[in-house]
Every structure is written in C-alpha cells, then in structure tokens.
Design a protein around this ligand. Sequence first.
Ligand SMILES: [Zn+2]
Length: 95
Amino acid sequence: MNYKIKCIRCKKNYQLVVKPTRYVTCYECQKSELVGEITDVEMKKMFDIPEQFYKDNMFLRDIKIKYLMYKNLSEKQVAAFIKAVEKMKKASEEK
Ligand SMILES: [Zn+2]
C-alpha cells in the first residue's frame, strides 16, 4: 500500500510513501542535496541505482543526503539502504 503525501517544502508535489509520514519532502525539493562527489568506491557502487528509485523512495534519498553530509553511514543504514534497493528492484521486475 502506497500513500501520496504532499511535500511540506513546496506544498505542491506529492511523494509516494509506504506508510503515513508527516514530514514528507519531494524529489524536486531535495534534488540539489543529492548532488555531490562520492569518492569511496563501495559507497559509489551502492548509490549507483536508477534515478527513478530516488524519485520514488524518500528513504533512499535521505540516506544519500546523510552520506553526502557526513561522509559516513552506520552499518544499519547501509543494510537498510541495500534492502530497500533490492525490494524496489524486485518490484520493478514484477511489473
Ligand atoms: Zn517539494
């Protein structure tokens, strides 16, 4: 089940979320924050996913933005990111 929630920043675009969330930001509003150089090879590979995944999934964007800010992620965050990507890959294959 997916929910469409209005972005709190632009109050214009909608974002898909899997559970009701209060603070929702759309892809367009976060676009500039998603740009940055990733030098770590492992991380670069991990974040190299279809742009559509970032558009559809706010969680993936949050993790990438966090990494670009702090250049560091916890093991838990990495595992959750990989899991979410796998789930999305599966879902897109089933279409
Ligand atoms: Zn927005």
